[in-house]
Design a binder for this molecule. Sequence first.
Ligand SMILES: Nc1ncnc2c1ncn2[C@@H]1O[C@H](COP(=O)(O)OP(=O)(O)OP(=O)(O)O)[C@@H](O)[C@H]1O
Ligand SMILES: [Mg+2]
Length: 266
Amino acid sequence: MSLLALRDVTRTVIPQDQPALTILNGVDLVIEPGDHVSIVGRSGSGKSTLLNMLGLLDTPTSGEITFDDRPVKQYSAAQRDRLRGAAIGFVFQQFNLLPGRTALENVTMPLLYSTGRTFWRRKKMAADMLALVGLEHRLNSMPDRLSGGEQQRVAIARSLVRGPRLILADEPTGALDLDTGQSVMELIDEVAERTGAAQVIITHDPTIARRARRHFRLDRGVLTAVDDPTLEPLTRRDRREAAAPDEQPADALVALGLADTERGDA
Ligand SMILES: Nc1ncnc2c1ncn2[C@@H]1O[C@H](COP(=O)(O)OP(=O)(O)OP(=O)(O)O)[C@@H](O)[C@H]1O
Ligand SMILES: [Mg+2]
C-alpha cells in the first residue's frame, strides 16, 4: 500500500495570449509510508508545481493522484482540505510565522480547529513540539526576536504539531546558512523517524538532497530517478537562484492553513 502516488501526472497551463505550457510531463512517483525522497532541479523546472500536486493543493491536467490508494479526485474540496491539514506538514523557504504572535501561539495555531482532547491539550502539545525542536526557552518570543534558524524551527514545529504522515519541504534551507541548514535537516529527519512520517525534500542543494534514501531530478517537468544528486551538474544560474529566495507562492498560505488568517507585515 502506498501513501501517495502520482501516475502519469501532467500539468498544463494556458497563459493569456500564449501557447499552452506543459509544466509537469508524465510524472510517476510513489511515496511509501516512512519514505525519504529528494527532488532536485533547476529554477523553473516545475519543482514547486510538483510539490503543490503532492500536497493536494493542485489537480493534474491529466493522470491520477491517490492518497492511501484512494483517487484524490473522489474527495470533495473540503475533504481534501481536511486530509491535507491532518496528514501533510509543509515546510517552506519563507517561514510565514505570524509576526505579532509568540512562538507558542504560532505553533498552537494548527490545533485551534481541532476538537476534544487535542483542542484542550493544544498548548501542551505546542510546547512539547517546541521543546523537541530545542526551543523550550523561547516559547514566549516574538518571531522578530528569533534568528532565521530559530524561526525555521518554529515553522517546523508548527508544521509537525498535528503529527503529519507526510512532510513536504520546498527549499527548507534556502534562507539559512550552511550549518543552520544542516541542523534543520537533521531535525526534520529526527522528527520523521520518531513519528514514521515520509519526507519529500525539494532542494537546489545536492548535499541536502543526498541525505534522502531515494533521489530524483526534475528537468523541464520530467521526473527521473538519479543515483547520486551530488554528481548532477548544477549551472552557475542554479547556484545564483538558489541563493536568492523567490517570492512566496500564494499556495503556501493555503498549505499552512493561513489563507484565512490575518497577517501583519512580515
Ligand atoms: N499558473 C502559471 N501560469 C503560467 N506559468 C506558470 C504557472 N505556474 C508555473 N508556471 C511556470 O512553470 C514553470 C515551473 O514553475 P515552478 O514554480 O514549479 O518552478 P520551480 O522549479 O519551483 O522553480 P524555482 O526553483 O525557481 O522555485 C516556470 O517557468 C513558471 O513560470
Ligand atoms: Mg519553486
